[in-house]
Design a protein around this ligand. Sequence first.
Ligand code: MN
Length: 243
Amino acid sequence: MLTPLLEGVDHLVLAGDIWQQCKLGAGRDLANEMFRELRELIDRRGIKLTLLRGNHDPDGGDGVAWLADRQVLVTHGDAVYDDATPWSREIGRYRKQVQAIIDQYAPQSHLAAACVDRARDIANTIKPVPLPRLPPPFNFFATAFWPLSRPFEMIRVWAGMGDQGLRFLRHSGEGAQVLVCGHFHNAGIWEERGFLFLNTGAFMKGARAWMVDLDDLKITARSIKRHDQSFHPGEVKGRWLLG
Ligand SMILES: [Mn+2]
């Protein structure tokens, strides 16, 4: 299904939160099989693969990829906020530990590499709190609305993450002009005074999935469209010349 997206690609960066299921109980075998298949597909085509880690798979992969002479910074996105996932169900329970991690990295917060390590440490600290087992649609409401601050945090971050991404790029981007990440499930383009933040959204119900093409001269953001049982590069959302 993903093959059409690999057309003409020589280096693929996957920005995290993709192999969590390989370690979880339910569906683990299928997830491992799919992940192996994906890597084979990429390998067979001679594509260089960079796997970045995300907050759901913090143990594997690098935290950042620098591209186009360090003009472009790619990272999962949980480094963008000091506390990584402010909407997380568990964050209230771990507030003290999370603050200690933030304080520990504060002197290096102007470095992207330190911010992604901070995000990894937070992801490894916060342990999932099991939800009560409820029949649908109650399970959805429990996921989305418990604790009660969660939907408000989600909306605050969802609405504010564009500006926050640009702040992160200016403060921690080490001179990069472009930040590409996912994590927030909100595909879009944010630009300010020569800085560009692209969010590729998410492959999940209710979210849009985008991809970003980079060549020697330009960077292109486009949607991903599904048809004929496979995913294809879609409409161009924006294109910029690199300096
Ligand atoms: Mn994430």
